[in-house]
Design a protein around this ligand. Structure first.
Ligand SMILES: NC(=O)c1ccc[n+]([C@@H]2O[C@H](COP(=O)([O-])OP(=O)(O)OC[C@H]3O[C@@H](n4cnc5c(N)ncnc54)[C@H](O)[C@@H]3O)[C@@H](O)[C@H]2O)c1
Ligand SMILES: O=C(O)C[C@H](O)C(=O)O
Length: 342
């Protein structure tokens, strides 16, 4: 009798605490990470576990997720964590998700381009997006798997086929390009990196990555044209710099997990109605002749609220924009063709 009284008092207290915590942290939000046992997936799972906006964290992979989930679940933060392994459990992992983050697929080795990953990753993305269309068609999808320039168009086609496509809800994650542009610019211009903003537009491979250093805020006048060219090249080749340094052991994972967590956090804030959330992302777009393009995007309760224009470009950036169009166009068409034929 006494113990059941204690139990009901404790239950009432817990539910009061959890209600107040939930209202402090926003509404319940489920985030699923697909590829959660991988090089990006594990640190990304950790960072999403630390995010107070998340109430449920679903960690899915073809192997290894029970261990990752057990490990991460011991961290004393708001979200409940569950691990899901193998295709049989994919539906459960996805059901009820508000945001699905996809870092599933193979990474580059030295000497490879991102497009060399197409043959394996296109199929992985296709099957994951088919499941998303079935189990959580309203979720915001954050695509990390490369080649992003093609995997986003693949996802769009799969969702179109399933009748669930909403262009406001599909994002190619290009945040790592912005993270790099900020870091490299701040280092060269000797300005504080925390307050810096640099938009990066175009796509996510080689010359399709176009940092707009002319729009850096706050702007430094200390940099020469040669400095800007070198910073642009370094940002475009940031991924390769890591691939070469890892010497066959994969590509960026830790900085990517950070970037993925920044972008997912922005999506969650937008969903929760926080105003003025702007991040660069590769989305369906009409700001150039291409159907998909990365630029600044305002995020809101339905995903993309507004795709912002390019703003004014330097002559060097205008040249870069002209050069990237054929490359990006070919990658988009390759993705669409794959999805239509498979
Ligand atoms: N967008 C970006 O800026 C960016 C940055 C870095 C890496 N990437 C890309 O992210 C991807 C993952 O990189 P990584 O270093 O984490 O690779 P990784 O090999 O370490 O991890 C990939 C994980 O995906 C899992 N996986 C494979 N097929 C799957 C499926 N059908 N369903 C669910 N999970 C599956 C694997 O089991 C593995 O755990 C690569 O394609 C890489 O090129 C993108
Ligand atoms: O470079 C890669 O292959 C991974 C990723 O796209 C990156 O930019 O680090």
């Amino acid at each position: 009798m006494r113990s059941s009284m204690f139990r009901s008092a404790e239950t009432a207290l817990r539910s009061r605490v959890s209600r107040s915590f939930s209202s402090e942290s926003g509404p319940d939000r489920k985030v699923a990470v697909l590829g959660a046992a991988g090089g990006i997936g594990q640190p990304l799972a950790l960072l999403m576990k630390l995010n107070p906006l998340v109430s449920k964290l679903a960690l899915y992979d073809i192997a290894g997720t029970p261990g990752v989930a057990a490990d991460v679940s011991h961290i004393n933060t708001r979200s409940e964590v569950a691990g899901y392994m193998g295709e049989d459990q994919l539906g459960q992992a996805l059901e009820g998700s508000d945001v699905v983050i996809i870092p599933a697929g193979v990474p580059r080795k030295p000497g490879m381009t991102r497009d060399d990953l197409f043959n394996i990753n296109a199929g992985i993305v296709k099957s994951l997006c088919t499941a998303i269309a079935k189990y959580c068609p309203n979720a915001l999808v954050n695509m990390i798997s490369n080649p992003v320039n093609s995997t986003v168009p693949i996802a769009a086609e799969i969702f179109k086929k399933a009748g669930t496509y909403d262009e406001k809800k599909l994002f190619g994650v290009t945040t790592l390009d912005v993270v790099r542009a900020k870091t490299f610019y701040a280092g060269k211009a000797n300005v504080p990196v925390n307050d810096l903003n640099v938009p990066v537009v175009g796509g996510h491979a080689g010359i399709t990555i176009l940092p707009l250093f002319s729009q850096a805020m706050p702007k430094s006048n200390a940099l020469s044209d040669e400095d800007i060219k070198a910073l642009t090249k370094r940002t475009q080749e940031g991924g390769t710099e890591v691939v070469e340094a890892k010497a066959g052991k994969g590509s960026a994972t830790l900085s990517m997990a950070y970037a993925g967590a920044v972008f997912a956090n922005a999506c969650l804030k937008g969903l929760n109605g926080v105003p003025d959330i702007v991040e660069c992302s590769y989305v369906q777009s009409s700001i150039t002749e291409l159907p998909f393009f990365a630029s600044k995007v305002r995020l809101g309760k339905n995903g993309v609220e507004e795709v912002l224009g390019l703003g004014s470009l330097s002559d060097y950036e205008k040249e870069g924009l002209e050069k990237l169009i054929p490359d990006l166009k070919a990658s988009i068409e390759k993705g669409i063709k794959f999805a239509k034929e498979n």
